[in-house]
Design a protein around this ligand. Structure first.
Ligand SMILES: CC(=O)SCCNC(=O)CCNC(=O)[C@H](O)C(C)(C)COP(=O)(O)OP(=O)(O)OC[C@H]1O[C@@H](n2cnc3c(N)ncnc32)[C@H](O)[C@@H]1OP(=O)(O)O
Length: 403
């Protein structure tokens, strides 16, 4: 376990493993304040730190809206001098044992390289979309009520509480969103000058209706000119809105900022509303990327913490070499109201590894698709369709920010 007075050395070791470029002090201080020391691991060779791993104590929305304790695995590194000797494997062993002992059913992470974590039982549970929208050509058609939404600029730090309140109201409605705990609001405000690369400081626009804040967008603008005229870029940091009209008003604003011709987004939901309002989706240059990797640390507790949009009664035969306490047969019975998941000796209906369960858990990756890839085996006819429909989420799961 890490000690507070070791943090600087520990963090320096992490930074070096990521290439050694120092973070702006504002950012370093933020991660210092968010580090949960007693949940962090350091591996030392003498007084040199050669391995780092941390955990944030998240609560994550799962299908059905429950907020489930989840270890947000973070700050993982092994010094290049000590790589490929099993240091990461040893830290993952200790960490997953710890998470189990804390009684948390899930561990989640975003990976520097997707190849790393499958061996430890993580499956890719959410994807996100990056877009580069040609707003000189792409038009938005907005729903009724959009013109009733008033927009106004505000200083981001001055209105962070109202933005957080909007965010908090969105959390239960989308699997994968963490409830933002005190301190995390600073992540959305992070704005070191050295990271702007010619763009403006962070700007914020609030959407209001009848004096109530119903949405916000935080962004930067990077001015640019060519001989024929302006071609500035709007760099979206984040946006949330409480209803379709507020959402459309904010996107219309982002599309229409004078002297700009591109909106760039990073890490947006795959089913976000603006995609269904644009005149030309092809000119939005969508790219999909893996986002949250999900590991069921306690299969029974995790599967019964969520609900199922259609009735499910199936026996899973689960393979889990890294956390053998999960291996074996589990009967999951559930519907949209609740679920139970117990050990059973009954015959299995579906066979899969814990990695596929992690992928399907938040409802964004279909068990049928995994079966088509040979990753899930159907042992009772009909069980695959039943489980696949039950597991799906009407709203695509999404992780709103890195950690
Ligand atoms: C949640 C996060 O924080 S993501 C950030 C992860 N960190 C980084 O990317 C920083 C740079 N990289 C590193 O620090 C290290 O290379 C790590 C942490 C990725 C791997 O640490 P190591 O101690 O070398 O891993 P370890 O020796 O335990 O490897 C276990 C297995 O995973 C494989 N593996 C580990 N990392 C990688 C990788 N990046 N690419 C391919 N295979 C890998 C190893 O080859 C080994 O396979 P084997 O069991 O078949 O021999």
């Amino acid at each position: 376990m890490l000690r507070q007075d070791e943090w600087d050395k520990w963090y320096d070791s992490l930074i070096r493993a990521f290439g050694g470029v120092a973070e702006p002090s504002e950012e370093r201080e933020l991660w210092d304040s968010l580090t949960e020391i007693d949940r962090s691991l350091g591996v030392w060779d003498g007084d040199t730190c050669v391995g780092t791993a941390g955990v944030f104590s998240f609560r994550l929305t799962v299908p059905g809206g429950a907020s489930v304790p989840a270890a947000g695995v973070t700050m993982v590194s092994v010094a290049a001098t000590h790589r490929r000797r099993g240091v990461l494997t040893a830290m993952m062993r200790r960490q997953l044992d710890d998470v189990r002992a804390w009684g948390w059913p899930l561990a989640v992470l975003t990976a520097s390289e997707p190849v790393i974590y499958g061996r430890f039982g993580y499956g890719i549970g959410t994807y996100h979309v990056n877009a580069e929208i040609d707003t000189s050509r792409v038009r938005l058609s907005v729903p009724p009520g959009t013109d009733d939404v008033r927009l106004r600029y505000a200083v981001p730090a001055d209105v962070v509480d109202v933005c957080e309140a909007v965010y908090a109201r969105k959390v239960p409605g989308r699997p994968g969103m963490p409830a933002r705990q005190p301190g995390w609001e600073r992540l959305g405000l992070l704005d070191p000058e050295s990271s702007r690369e010619g763009a403006s400081p962070l700007q914020c626009v609030l959407a209001e209706r009848d004096g109530e804040v119903v949405g916000y967008a935080r962004f930067r603008v990077k001015p640019d000119w060519e001989p024929t005229g302006p071609k500035g870029v709007v760099l979206l940091r984040d946006t949330e809105a409480l209803d379709p009209a507020a959402e459309a008003a904010l996107w219309r604003f982002l599309f229409d900022i004078d002297l700009t011709s591109t909106v760039k987004t990073n890490g947006r939901p795959v089913d976000e509303a603006w995609q269904y309002l644009v005149s030309d989706i092809r000119r939005c240059s969508l790219r999909v990327r893996d986002s949250l990797h999900v590991r069921l640390v306690d299969v029974g507790a995790a599967l019964q913490a969520r609900t199922y949009q259609a009735p499910v009664d199936v026996v899973f035969e689960v393979e889990d070499a890294f956390c053998p306490w999960n291996a074996g047969r589990w009967r999951l019975s559930g519907d949209a109201k609740g679920a139970s998941c117990e050990r059973t000796t009954d015959a299995a209906d579906l066979a899969l590894s814990v990695r596929e369960l992690g992928a399907a858990y938040l409802g964004g990756v279909s068990l049928t698709a995994l079966a088509a890839a040979g990753r899930v085996r159907e042992l009772r006819q009909g069980a695959l369709a039943e489980a696949s429909v039950g597991f799906a989420s009407a709203v695509a799961p999404w992780l709103p920010h890195g950690f």
